[in-house]
Design a protein around this ligand. Structure first.
Ligand code: HEM
Length: 166
């Protein structure tokens, strides 16, 4: 039927699942710039696009891609799913283009529009033992930081970025 075809093609826009209501502030396409560093590497600037969307189920789909600020050349990319697991709690699974896999667990605060995640599992990583991610939405701006701990270095900032809703 026409309705089935429309559903399969992802339109009309599905109704937001009630469990996602408190996380709706994350939804959308965001674009901006970030900077990266770590004691062991040269710091760098990058462009980034992030998409958070839903299909009517109680899970947010996530995809991200980055590029070199100077040349536009592709850099790191990743994608996954964010799932609320209870009031104020959520988990995420993220697959990185480098082959690394993460399971993240943490909390959200709808009032302050923040997410705080810490890795429960980091798989297939040569150096990384822990990853922490935090997000904050304020107006049309999404800010995040990524911290990591490696075999040789304590958990500290690797990335920070500011993106605007597009
Ligand atoms: C380096 C992990 C995201 C760009 C590194 C290193 C690790 C790492 C372990 C090597 C550090 C060392 O040698 O001591 C991660 C993790 C990420 C992440 C776990 C996400 C959670 C990103 C993103 C970008 C990026 C989004 C680009 C926008 C770089 C660059 C280097 C680097 C340019 C230095 C050169 C290189 O080793 O390739 N990252 N990274 N990383 N990362 Fe990331």
């Amino acid at each position: 039927s026409e309705a089935a075809t429309a559903m399969a093609e992802g339109s009309p826009a599905p109704v937001l699942h009630p469990k996602l209501q408190p996380l709706a502030f994350m939804l959308g396409t965001w674009r901006g710039e970030g900077e990266g560093g770590f004691p062991t590497i040269n710091s760098f600037c990058y462009g980034e696009e992030i998409k958070f969307w839903h299909v009517g189920k109680p899970v947010i789909a996530y995809t991200q891609k980055t590029w070199k600020a100077a040349s536009g050349e592709p850099m790191h990319a990743e994608s996954g799913y964010f799932r609320p697991t209870g009031e104020g709690s959520l988990e995420a699974v993220i697959a990185q283009s480098t082959g690394l896999a993460e399971v993240q667990k943490g909390t959200y605060d709808s009032e302050n529009q923040t997410l705080e995640l810490r890795s429960a599992l980091v798989g297939n990583a040569a150096k990384v033992v822990e990853i922490r991610r935090s997000f904050k939405v304020e107006g049309d701006e999404l800010r995040y930081t990524v911290e990591m701990g490696t075999h040789t270095h304590q958990v500290q900032r690797h990335l920070q970025a500011v993106l605007k809703k597009v």
